[in-house]
Design a protein around this ligand. Structure first.
Ligand code: ADP
Length: 377
C-alpha cells in the first residue's frame, strides 16, 4: 500500500486548524510546527512539533519530516525554505513567491513590474524622506515587514501628520478613495490548473482594523466581478507558484479595481467557503498539496461570515456568552478556534450564516452580534 502523503504546516493558528479539518478527509499524515504547547491546530494534527517558525533550524528540521510543506502564516524562516526546496522538498507556496509577499515594498514593485493595477507608491527607508513626498499626500504609510491586521499602517493626510510617520523601511501609497474592499481567492495546482472564487465583500471594524464581517457574493457589477477575478488570476500566474492566494482589492469611487495586497495562503476572507461554496478554501488547499484537480468554487447559497472578536474590557480564560441563541438559529454555523485566552480584538472564532439574500443575512448577523460575545471568566 502506498504510504500516506506527509503534509507539514508551518504555523498552528486557526487557519491551520481549519486546514486540518479538511485534511481528515484524505489519506495523509499531518505535522504542525508552532511554538507554545496548545496552539489551535495542535490538537487536530497527527504530529505536533513545538518550535519557532521563524527559526532556521526548527523549520529546516521540520521540513525533513514531510513530503510537502505549506504555511498558514507568512512570517516564517525563508532561508530554511529555500534550502529545503533546493534539496527537493515541495513547498507550496514556493519560497520565491513568499519572499515577494512578505515584504510590502517588494510586493508593490512586483505589481508594478507585472502591470497589475495597484495604487501609486514610493519606497522610503527613513522618516525624514517624507519631506520629499508632501505633494504626494494624502497617503498610507505601511511598514515593509512585520505588520498585520492594520498594525504597521498609518494614514498621513498632510505634512502636519509628519509626527505620526514610521521611521523604518516602508511603502508610501496613494490614499485610495475606497468604495468597497473585496477579496478574490485563487488556487493553482502543480499542473497549473487554476480555480478562482467569486469575490467577497469585506466590511472592517474601524476600532480593530479587522474584518468585522464579509458577504459572499460581493455586490458588484458583472464587469467588476470579471475584472477582479482576472486580476487575482494575473497575480497568481505572475507569482509562478502552486498554492492558494487571497488577493485583496479596492474598488475606488471611480470604478477602478486596484490590488491592495495578497496573502499566499488561506485567508479570513475565505472562511465562508466552508459552508457557502462547493469546495472550501481549505479543501482547495488540500487538493493543491496533493496535486488533485481544483474543486468547484461555485456558491451554494449567499453567505455572511462574522468574526468573533474578543470583547473590549475582557482578558483571560475565554467564555462565550449567548451561544444558546445562536445554536437555535437556522443556517448558522459556529466555528470556535480553541483559543484558551481571550483579549480585546483577538480573533476567537467565526460564524457563517447562509441565507437567501443580503437583507436576511444582515438581519441575522445583527441578531448574532447582539447576543454572542467573547468575554472572560
Ligand atoms: P494589513 O496587511 O495590516 O491588513 P492592509 O495593507 O490591508 O494592511 O491595510 C489595512 C487597511 O488600511 C485596508 O484594509 C484599508 O482599509 C486601509 N488601506 C490600506 N491601503 C490603503 C490605501 N492605499 N488607501 C486607502 N486605504 C488603505
Amino acid at each position: 500500500m502506498a504510504q500516506p502523503l506527509r503534509i507539514g504546516i508551518l504555523g498552528g493558528g486557526q487557519l491551520g486548524r481549519m486546514l486540518l479539518q479538511s485534511a481528515a478527509n484524505y489519506q495523509v499524515v499531518t505535522y504542525v510546527l508552532e511554538s507554545g504547547s496548545h496552539p489551535p491546530a495542535a490538537s487536530l494534527c497527527h504530529y505536533f512539533v513545538e518550535g519557532d517558525i521563524k527559526d532556521y533550524d526548527a523549520v529546516y528540521r521540520f521540513g525533513k519530516l514531510v513530503d510537502v510543506l505549506t504555511i498558514e502564516i507568512e512570517h516564517v524562516n525563508l532561508e530554511a525554505l529555500f534550502k529545503l526546496e533546493e534539496e527537493g522538498l515541495k513547498i507550496f507556496p514556493r519560497p520565491a513567491a513568499l519572499k515577494i509577499i512578505k515584504d510590502k515594498g517588494l510586493q508593490k514593485q512586483f505589481y508594478k513590474d507585472h502591470h497589475i493595477a495597484t495604487s501609486d507608491f514610493h519606497l522610503m527607508e527613513q522618516k525624514y524622506e517624507l519631506n520629499n513626498f508632501f505633494d504626494f499626500l494624502p497617503a498610507v504609510q505601511k511598514l515593509r515587514s512585520g505588520g498585520y491586521d492594520g498594525k504597521g499602517v498609518e494614514i498621513l493626510r498632510s505634512d502636519e501628520d509628519f509626527h505620526k510617520a514610521f521611521d523604518a523601511p516602508s511603502v508610501l501609497e496613494k490614499l485610495v478613495n475606497i468604495d468597497k474592499e473585496i477579496s478574490v481567492i485563487v488556487a493553482v495546482n502543480e499542473n497549473g490548473e487554476t480555480a478562482v472564487y467569486p469575490p467577497v465583500e469585506m466590511v472592517f471594524d474601524p476600532k480593530y482594523n479587522l474584518v468585522d464581517y464579509l458577504l459572499c457574493p460581493a455586490q458588484l457589477e458583472q464587469k467588476h466581478v470579471l475584472r477582479a477575478q482576472q486580476l487575482a488570476t494575473d497575480v497568481a500566474k505572475a507569482l509562478n507558484s502552486p498554492g492558494i492566494f487571497a488577493v485583496e482589492m479596492f474598488l475606488d469611487k471611480n470604478g477602478s479595481l486596484l490590488v491592495n495586497e495578497t496573502a499566499p495562503r488561506t485567508h479570513n476572507s475565505g472562511h465562508q467557503s466552508i459552508e457557502g461554496n462547493y469546495c472550501s478554501q481549505y479543501d482547495m488547499q488540500m487538493r493543491v498539496l496533493q496535486n488533485f484537480a481544483p474543486g468547484s468554487t461555485a456558491i451554494i447559497q449567499p453567505s455572511l461570515m462574522l468574526n468573533l472578536i474578543g470583547e473590549a474590557g475582557y482578558t483571560g480564560t475565554a467564555k462565550y456568552a449567548g451561544l444558546e441563541e445562536v445554536m437555535n438559529m437556522k443556517g448558522v454555523y459556529l466555528h470556535l478556534y480553541g483559543k484558551h485566552e481571550t483579549k480585546p480584538g483577538r480573533k476567537m472564532g467565526h460564524v457563517t450564516i447562509l441565507g437567501n439574500d443580503r437583507d436576511e443575512l444582515l438581519e441575522k448577523a445583527a441578531r448574532i452580534k447582539n447576543s454572542l460575545k467573547v468575554i472572560s471568566e
